[in-house]
Design a protein around this ligand. Structure first.
Ligand code: GTP
Ligand code: MG
Length: 425
């Protein structure tokens, strides 16, 4: 069995850089480079050295099986210089370690039953998190909340199939088979509940795409800047100032919002640049989750927009004209009035449709697709059908669940999942 090595900290310069080894030779390799004896699970300060370098480092040895990967693991915490950390890694390779593939440490942890595949996938959510909502959901996924629900589905389905298979084994009882519909329905219910969280899961993971649209000079860019809290977009009193699509990410109440400023839409564009800008605005608004329709409160000129899309109307420049219609929010990009109300209303618009109750949200599209396939198979089950067909449907549904938990997953799928991880994770 090989011993792998990877750099656990990001590329660049930092206070600390961590080189991690996993495998039967991990301890022997590090002993050749470190001048102090190592005690299991104790942090030891000493000197780490190789050809032409030496550094003061803390080294920790985690003997198998009580380690992240389940194998012997040694972690070297050196100073965080990129060249130094690389030299440490090269030295371990000189002594027999092999560079780890992306995600290989986590893959070993799954192979050695330290975590399930679904938990491993959620570590990516945690690492990539950019908002509190993502962090909180990832922590619940990693703690095994999804895994527990899937185990429940698996045990319901296995029990149901066992009962059906018993009838098949003793056909004399087949006269009036009593189908285990309760268990099948329970599994269907759990899957449906999980799938109902997928939409909100995507919002947590990708944020809300909010596209600001309106007539020229309504104050879209001014509002965009006020929402972002930065002078990001050019503002002038000339109609047709913004021509490009400008995006900026913010978080509000723990949720990511991707704000998009666009060109003012009108029929009589002044230049070829503006014509292109308007075309971009029109195609961008199609992909938005929410349209923020900005109207100049002094003129009330309303843009014709697709009303079937979620939208919020803002009567901007309310500092000039406090009396505004009731179908929108009166705001002023200039004075900052109601800017926070706009943000909290946007958040309300998406959290209103969130699944009720305190549940973990499904954020992974691969997992959601597999669950949908299992759901289709279970929905197809019809008590009038031959029992062997029902049993086969359950077996297939179980195999889709197994591709999420990791009990029924092929090497190629695993390669694909772990290729998304960073080296050293
Ligand atoms: N009094 C007042 N003026 C505002 C407010 N918001 C924007 N303006 C002014 O309105 C003019 C147009 O603002 P922009 O933000 O460039 O408008 P826009 O909708 O992005 O315009 P285009 O990019 O040309 O479509 C500028 O002179 C701003 O200073 C506001 O809340 N109050
Ligand atoms: Mg603009």
């Amino acid at each position: 069995m090989k011993t792998i090595v990877g750099i656990g900290t990001p590329v660049g310069f930092g206070g600390i850089g961590i080189v991690r080894l996993s495998g039967a030779q991990a301890l022997a390799i590090v002993k050749k480079m470190f001048d102090k004896p190592l005690q299991p699970r104790h942090a030891t300060l000493g000197n780490i050295h190789g050809d032409n370098f030496t550094d003061n480092a803390i080294v920790i040895y985690f003997p198998a099986p009580h380690s992240f990967t389940g194998e012997d693991v040694v972690e070297i915490q050196a100073h965080g210089g990129w060249h130094l950390v690389n030299r440490i890694m090269q030295t371990t390779i000189q002594y027999g370690a092999v560079p780890a593939e992306p995600g290989e440490f986590t893959r070993l942890a799954v192979m050695n039953n330290k975590m399930t595949l679904s938990q491993a996938e959620s570590t990516l959510d945690l690492i990539n998190a950019e908002s509190d909502a993502e962090l909180q959901n990832a922590a619940r996924l990693m703690a095994g909340e999804l895994q527990n629900l899937l185990s429940q589905v698996e045990s319901d389905l296995v029990a149901a199939r066992a009962q059906i298979d018993a009838y098949l084994d003793y056909p004399e009882d087949l006269e009036s088979p009593d189908l285990p519909l309760n268990q099948i329905n329970q599994a269907k219910h759990t899957i449906a509940n999980l799938l109902s969280t997928a939409q909100h899961g995507q919002i947590i993971k990708n944020g809300i795409n909010v596209c600001i649209i309106g007539c020229p000079n309504a104050g879209k860019s001014s509002l965009f800047n006020a929402l972002v809290g930065d002078n990001r977009s050019i503002v002038t009193d000339i109609a047709g100032t913004t021509t490009d699509v400008i995006t900026e990410k913010i978080t509000y109440q723990g949720i990511k919002i991707n704000l998009i400023d666009t060109a003012g839409i009108r029929d009589n564009a002044a230049t070829a640049i503006e014509v292109q800008g308007i075309a971009r605005a029109k195609s961008t608004l199609q992909n938005a989750d929410i349209l923020l329709v900005v109207v100049d409160a002094t003129t009330r000129q309303m843009l014709d927009f697709p009303h079937n899309k979620k939208h919020l109307i803002i009567y901007n420049k309310c500092d000039l004209c406090p009396d505004t219609p009731a179908d929108g929010i009166a705001a002023s990009a200039k004075t900052g009035k109601n800017i926070n109300l706009v943000l909290s209303t946007l958040i309300d618009m998406v959290t209103k449709t969130a699944p009720a109750g305190n549940t973990v949200n499904l954020t992974n599209e691969r997992q959601a697709n597999l669950l949908r396939q299992a759901q289709t198979l279970l929905n197809e089950i019809n008590p009038q059908e031959p029992l062997d067909k029902i049993s086969a449907n359950i077996t297939l549904a179980l195999s889709y669940i197994g591709k999420i938990t990791g009990t029924d997953v092929d090497k190629r799928t695993l390669d694909e999942i772990f290729s998304k991880f960073c080296l050293g994770k």
